[in-house]
Design a protein around this ligand. Structure first.
Ligand code: SF4
Length: 320
């Protein structure tokens, strides 16, 4: 059977030992990403979204579960042990280009490094390719001879994207890649990412807490809270009809610029309390300690996956 998914993740678990106890950062997560789409993984800090991305990258190995890439690669092995073609095929763009770019190297050297390591082009063609990659993200040749500290935040992130593209990947993890940017730099970087995806057919996993960015760039959205997925939907449906109280809380708290945007916000769902510790997550639905609609079953049993639309799944007892 032909699989339309570039990545299938089954029952992923990743725990960390801390002084306080075991943190269940990712605790039984299932999802797929289709070829050429952008899946947004959204949640507050401590939701497990970044850990999930870093397991896919091979920075961490999972404690349990399967991650199958392109139907043939097992992503549960650490990055160092992965075959070269797999290392080339999955790239990441981090939140802070200031620290992810080597401050002592010129842009031409930063981008040429992966070209040489992965032997993507002939040695003689390396700087020509650097120039093409910069042009691709809208930066001129002049940038080749600049150091990271001479660049603005948006320009640094475009250089980081050029570097990610150097190995001709199919899949890029965008790890809060626009969170540190001002509004106009953010728009430029997002438009560049959309253009690149259309032209090269890339697949993105967008890790973010910013629902404004999600609306601009993603095709599907997955909401995580304390290591579990609580809602999953196509982006349009997600914003038109958010179902989970936690999703509604996130949406009702985003600032909006226009009256049109204001209309799609759900009526304010006020959450109560703080995010509980991931060492001792609440029983049943993990959101029950903050949910204004919680009933007795919520603290007793985990809600199952409930299909509320063609491509819309929610885990909440309200919809049983
Ligand atoms: Fe709230 Fe219960 Fe739904 Fe959890 S399952 S979100 S506690 S109503």
């Amino acid at each position: 059977m032909l699989d339309n998914n570039i990545l299938n993740v089954l029952n992923l678990r990743k725990y960390f030992a801390t002084r306080e106890g075991i943190v269940k950062a990712v605790d039984g997560v299932n999802f797929s990403i289709r070829y050429g789409e952008t899946l947004a993984l959204v949640g507050e800090s401590g939701s497990g979204k970044t850990t999930t991305g870093h397991v896919i990258m091979g920075f961490y190995t999972p404690d349990e579960g399967k991650l199958i890439y392109k139907g043939r690669y097992d992503l549960s092995i650490p990055i160092k042990k992965r075959p070269l073609e797999l290392k080339k095929d999955i790239q990441i763009v981090f939140q802070d280009p200031g620290t992810s770019l080597n401050s002592k190297r010129m842009v031409k050297d930063i981008i040429s490094l992966p070209l040489m390591i992965h032997r993507v082009v002939d040695k003689k063609r390396v700087y020509e390719r650097v120039s093409e990659l910069l042009e691709y993200v809208g930066l001129s040749d002049e940038y080749m001879f600049k150091y990271p500290h001479e660049l603005g935040g948006g320009e640094k992130q475009l250089v980081a994207i050029s570097r990610a593209l150097a190995s001709n990947p199919s899949f890029i993890i965008l790890d809060e890649s626009t969170s540190a940017l001002d509004v106009s730099s953010q728009a430029k970087v997002l438009n560049t990412l959309i253009k690149i995806q259309k032209e090269l057919g890339l697949t993105y996993l967008l890790i973010t807490h910013d629902l404004g960015v999600v609306r601009n760039i993603s095709h599907r959205v997955m909401i995580m809270y304390l290591g579990k997925v609580y809602e999953e939907a196509l982006t349009e449906e997600f914003f038109r009809s958010p179902m989970h109280p936690y999703t509604q809380m996130l949406l009702s708290s985003i600032p909006t610029l226009s009256s049109e945007d204001e209309k799609i916000k759900p009526a304010g769902v006020e959450s109560i309390g703080e995010i509980p510790s991931a060492v001792k997550p609440p029983s049943g639905c993990r959101f029950h300690t903050r949910c204004p609609f919680a009933k007795s079953i919520c603290s007793e049993k985990e809600p199952p996956d409930i299909k509320v639309g063609d491509n819309h799944i929610v885990r909440c007892w309200l919809y049983e």
